[in-house]
Write a protein that binds this ligand. Sequence first.
Ligand code: MSP
Length: 477
Amino acid sequence: MKNNDKPKFYITTPIYYVNAKPHIGHAYTTIACDVLARYNRLLGKDVFFLTGTDENSQKNVQAAEKEGVELQMYLNQMSAVWQETFDSLGFTNNYFIRTTEERHKKAVEKFFNAVYERGDIYKGEYEGLYCEGCEAFVGRGDLVGGECPIHKTKPKSIKEQNFFFSLSKYREPLLSFIKESKDFIQPKSRRNEIISYIEKFMTDISISRESAVAGIPVPVDQSQKIYVWFDALINYLSGIGYGWDDEMFKKYWPADVHVVGKDIIKFHCALWPAMLMSAGLALPKRVFAHGFFTINGEKMSKSLGNVVSPAEIVEKFGVDAARYLLLALGDNFGEDMDFTWARMIEKYNADLANGLGNLVSRVVKLSEKSGKFVSQEFFQKDEISGMVDRMELSKALKYIWGLVSESNKIIDESKPWELVKNDKMKFEEVMNDLTARLQKIAENLMPFMPETAEKIMVSLETKKTDILFGRIAVNLK
Ligand code: MSP
C-alpha cells in the first residue's frame, strides 16, 4: 500500500505550559496518546501524533521572571526539558510544536483574519475576574470562598478594552452538532456538562489582552496580544501544516481525537468547535477527557506543589513499567486515580514481576526442551481493538493481564516440567499453546510496552530471556 492510500489517524495531546517541569499527570495524557498512535500504526494507518508546548502564557512570563532568565531563553530551556522527558518515555510523536514558532504565529494570524473577516470579532470592554492559573476569565460562580478551586488563588480583577469573539452566535450550531455527533464528547458522562454550559452559561469571550507581555499581536491592532487559549488551540492546525503546507493539512485534518484532561474540556468542546465553524473548517471527530492523578484526593499540580516527576518513576521501574503502571493505576481512563508509591510498587510486584515476568521466564525456560517456535501471523486484531479505540486503556491492560494469569494457571496445572519426562507429545502440545499465548500477549502489549513486547518476541525466538521483571525486587517502604 502506498502511503497515500492508507487511512489516516490524527491524534493530539494538549500543549503544555512550560512554567514548570512535567509531572506524571502530563506524562499520563501523552502515554495514552502514544499508545493510540502506536496501535494505529500497527493497524497500518498513516498516523500523525502531535504534542508540544504552550508558550505564550503569562504564567511562563512570571516563571521566567522568578528564575531571573530572559523570557525566550527560559522558554527554549523549558521546552527542551519537556521534549527530553517525552523522549525518555519513548514517545513517538511526529512533531513537537512550540507556539513561539514562526509558522505557528503565521497560522494564528491567518486564522484570526478568517474569523475577523467572517465578522465574528468585535471590540468591547471587558470587566471581570481572571484566574492566571487557569488562564481563563472566571465568574463568581466558579469560585470557592473567593478563590479558584484548582489553583487556590484569588483571581485578578480586570477592566480593559479587548477584542471579543462572538461565541454565543454559535450556541445553536454547537448544540445541534453535539447532539448529532454522539461520539464527539467522551466519556459520555461529560456530554451533559458541556451541553448545559453551552445552553446556560456560554457568552461571547474576550480573545485579546491589553496588558499581556507574552503573546502573538492581534493582526488588526498590534497593541493587543491574542488570548493564550485562542492561540493555543490553533496548534492543532499549525502542527500539521495550516498556513504553511496545505497538502499536509488537508491530509490530516480533522483530528480523529483530541485527548485532554477534564479541566480543559469546555475549551475543546465549545470554544474550539465554534472557532472552527467561524473559520469555515471541519470539526474534530472526538474529544476524550481523562481524569486526574490526585494525591490524597487533591489534583496533582505544579501550583499545589504535590507533584511526582516521570523521571522518578522511570528511574525506579524502567520506561515500559512506568508506562504500564501509570495507565493501569486507575480503573478507568476517564476517572481520577489517587497516586501512592505503595500502590505502584504493589502493582509492579504483582503484575510485572510475578505476573508477566514469571510467565515469560517460565515459558522460555521450558521451551528450551521443546521444538522450534513458529511465529504466528503478525498483529492480529483482537478483543483489545475495540477497547483501545474507545480509549478504555486500563480495561485493555486488564484484559491482557487476564491472558497472563490464564497462561500462568495453565503452567501450574499442566506441570510441563513433569510432562517433559513422561509425556513428550503432551509436553509439545502444551508448549505450543503457551508460546502462542505468550506471543499474543506480546503483540497486544506492543503499543503499551514496546520494548518489553519486542524482548518477549526475541526471547521466544532465541529461547533466551532478557526480561528483567521478576529479577528486580522493589522494597516496599
Ligand atoms: N496549555 C493548556 C492546554 C492547551 S491545549 C490547546 C494546559 N496546559 S497544562 O500544562 O496546564 O495541562 C496540560 C494537560 O495536563 C491538561 O490536559 C491537564 O488536564 C493535564 N493535567 C494536569 N494535571 C493533571 C493531573 N494531575 N492528572 C492528569 N492530568 C493532568 O492546560
